[in-house]
Design a protein around this ligand. Structure first.
Ligand SMILES: Cc1ncc(COP(=O)(O)O)c(C=O)c1O
Length: 514
């Protein structure tokens, strides 16, 4: 147990404490897998408030150095997986600089989010995984389905035929032709807008990021879904805003609870992925969309509607976008075209109105001036082909079959007590463990069994209940999905037999996954 207070730092107390705790972990005072003293014990040892200690622990969590498991405590986790924002002088990413670069840590903006590395880092190293490993953890882009040859046909000659207007490009909001096409496309989805209200962005991610940067200041409150798309949470983490979350049920945002939270916490923004929610795959029905909009109007706040792939709806058609009911500029609609063209094109869009629209155009300008006009031309060349509509239908059919294969396999293989969402759209579903079973432990056991799932903690804005994992159904064919689910079911059964009776977590490093 530590005896001394950390040295005074020219920074908030909790950050000084976080650095001190990291240094102690690095010195081996607490080993990998070991439980830290409780918040109360640390508070008493360092003569600090439990509030400060909790904030420091949160800092360690987002730096990927510890993980809290409800009911068990806070554990030191393997450092190599998540070192992006901690001193990393010994990290092999810096092998060309044989010096200690930990001084840079003091310059990094805080708080910093390392959510992505919590599920993505093991995947980045997936080239080191055996080809037998079935990856049910990664995003919705699927190279075996995407239209590489229609794109090649569309773009053949495009670069040989570079027009002068493609070389320059001064419109922060994007080329008029692109915005006209987007307006026409969105009209088909029930959203009435004009080219002046559209900003072409570099993917849906930039759309979310620009909105957050434009509207939010540190300590503003945002209402998000629970669980939630982790890269959206990462944006909010990086801005230092306060997130309040509302559970999604089988019908999307639980509207009564959302209204109650809006009244109590006065968020500036409600962030929702209403169709094919990430990570649950749930779709919010029309009446809830209208209720949410009514609440936003009543309280004078904004809904940020993230439409990453409503086209990928497998049961009937997607409900109208919340934006389609918006008459007073309360909804900012963020669209990704990545999943229905090619992620590497990085084309997305924002639809907004009024002063917020002007501010967003300015934000786009100072972020990256404008989205490449060459890429905008390439995008238009593809979406204007008649094969585009056929491609969309093809993805829907293939992904729908893969979804059904996963749902069937879960039904057949999973032990009693495991539950899962039934995604009407999107790319993922959410698997919830029986009470008392650690989802983190299941993920580790599953990796040992040859199936990789996305660890659930990164999808929570407020604490990790350690109850769920995300499964992606689009990126494997039905046969591999069935095999993957069999392996996962065995991992769940093992965890159920073993219970939670260990004081240390299984080490990811033992599995070659860090
Ligand atoms: C819910 C959600 N929103 C936004 C995005 C970002 O899309 P893009 O790849 O166009 O940046 C994604 C990407 O996976 C997503 O899942």
């Amino acid at each position: 147990m530590p005896k001394s207070r950390p040295q005074p730092q020219p920074q908030p107390l909790h950050l000084g404490l976080a650095e001190d705790l990291i240094a102690r972990i690095d010195r081996g005072e607490w080993a990998e897998g070991q439980r830290l003293p409780s918040v109360r014990e640390l508070a008493s040892a360092f003569s600090m408030s439990t509030f400060t200690v909790s904030r420091a622990i949160r800092q360690l969590t987002s730096a990927g150095r510890v993980q809290t498991i409800q009911g068990k405590g806070t554990f030191v986790i393997p450092a190599r997986a998540d070192r992006a924002l901690t001193p990393f002088g010994d990290d092999d990413r810096n092998g060309h600089l044989p010096v200690d670069l930990s001084w840079q840590n003091a310059l990094l903006r805080k708080p910093a989010s390392t959510r992505a590395s919590q599920i993505v880092q093991p995947l980045i190293r997936s080239s080191q995984l055996s080809s037998d490993m079935i990856v049910l953890a990664s995003g919705g882009e699927t190279s075996d389905v995407l239209p590489a040859h229609s794109l090649q046909a569309a773009w053949k000659g495009l670069l040989g035929d570079v027009k002068s207007e493609m070389i320059g490009g001064w419109a922060a909001e994007g080329e008029l032709q692109t915005r006209e096409w987007i307006v026409q496309y969105l009209t088909g989805m029930g959203i009435a807008t004009t080219p002046d209200n559209v900003i072409v962005t570099s993917g849906g991610q930039q759309a979310l990021s620009l909105v957050a940067q434009t509207l939010l200041e540190p300590d503003d409150t945002v209402l998000v879904e629970r669980p939630m798309y982790l890269f959206a949470l990462s944006i909010l983490d990086s801005l230092g805003v306060r997130c309040i979350d509302v559970a999604v049920d089988e019908d999307g945002t639980w509207i009564d609870a959302a209204e109650d939270l809006i009244e109590r916490f006065h968020p500036k923004l409600v962030l929702t992925v209403p169709t094919g929610q990430v990570p649950t795959g749930i779709t919010m029905p029309t009446n809830r969309r209208k209720q949410l909009l009514a609440a936003a109007r009543k309280h004078g706040i904004i809904i940020l509607e993230d439409d990453h792939a409503s086209e990928m709806t497998y049961e009937g058609t997607a409900p109208p976008a919340i934006k389609s009911f918006d008459t007073h500029g309360h909804v900012i609609y963020a669209k990704s075209f990545s999943k229905i063209t090619l992620p590497a094109l990085r084309i997305g869009a924002i639809v907004a109105e009024g002063l917020i629209l002007d501010a967003l155009k300015h934000a786009k300008l100072i972020s990256d001036r404008y989205t490449s006009t060459i890429i905008q031309s390439a995008f238009l060349a593809y979406v204007n082909r008649t094969s585009f509509a056929r491609d969309l239908q093809r993805y829907r059919t293939i992904y729908g079959e893969r979804r059904d294969a996963m749902l069937d396999a879960l039904q057949r293989e999973m032990p009693d007590g495991v539950t899962w969402t039934h995604p009407a759209a999107g790319f993922h579903l959410w698997l919830t463990m029986p009470p008392g079973i650690s989802a983190q432990e299941v993920a580790v056991r599953a990796a040992a069994n040859g199936v990789l799932v996305a660890r659930g903690g990164a999808f929570f804005a407020q604490g990790d209940p350690d109850t769920g994992v995300r499964l992606t159904f689009t990126s494997n064919d039905p046969e591999r999905i069935r095999l993957g689910i069999q392996r996962l079911a065995r991992a769940v059964e093992d965890a159920m037999r073993g219970g939670r009776g260990h004081d240390t977590l299984p080490r990811l490093s033992d599995l070659g996954l860090t």
